[in-house]
Design a binder for this molecule. Structure first.
Ligand SMILES: CC(C)(COP(=O)(O)OP(=O)(O)OC[C@H]1O[C@@H](n2cnc3c(N)ncnc32)[C@H](O)[C@@H]1OP(=O)(O)O)[C@@H](O)C(=O)NCCC(=O)NCCS
Length: 141
């Protein structure tokens, strides 16, 4: 996977986090990636997602991210997850907002201006939508 290979492997091993491939349930078609990865310099965990262009706007990023966030809070006992978006990436902001992430501040990371969002565990468990993952499945990359 692109994201995994461009990030030092030992940091994933140390944190126990990983990037997952996202497959469509109906036919096994690979449609993108989703995962949680560490921001060691800030002691924070970031949600990462990308869907291949032919599969945009079908709800896959939201659905896969929701599952990933839920597992992070439930199984990996993470307290908060951050979302970093380049200004102008309206689709990505919309994904975060649908999941309940809140905009906190304009920030600068990875040598870029970013919009820093955050989702706390308490807010996630107080959400009003359910997780049924109707169309995709996940496998480890
Ligand atoms: C951003 C991205 C992940 C969205 O994936 P997706 O599977 O199309 O997202 P979803 O189908 O779950 O859509 C979620 C919401 O965003 C909206 N949306 C998606 N793309 C959008 C766009 N380009 N502009 C405005 N809204 C957009 C959808 O309409 C939906 O909102 P709605 O439910 O109110 O209609 C995808 O465009 C992508 O992979 N882009 C390149 C990589 C990237 O930017 N990753 C994020 C890094 S921070």
């Amino acid at each position: 996977m692109f994201a995994a290979s461009c990030f030092p492997r030992y940091q994933f091993e140390k944190s126990g986090l990983s990037i997952l491939a996202v497959d469509r349930k109906s036919d096994g078609q690979f449609v993108g990636r989703v995962g949680l990865w560490p921001l060691p310099e800030r002691n924070e965990i970031e949600l990462d997602y990308a869907i291949a262009k032919p599969f945009w706007r079908l709800g896959y990023a939201t659905e896969a991210s929701a599952e990933c966030v839920d597992r992070g809070f439930r199984e990996q006992r993470i307290g908060k997850i951050v979302g970093l978006v380049v200004p102008g990436n309206h689709g990505s902001v919309r994904v975060l907002r649908k999941l309940g992430f809140e905009f906190i501040r304009a920030d600068h990371m990875y040598d870029m201006d970013v919009l820093y969002h955050r989702l706390d565990k308490q807010r996630w468990f107080a959400r009003t939508f359910t997780l049924d993952s109707p169309s995709i499945e996940r496998r480890r990359s």
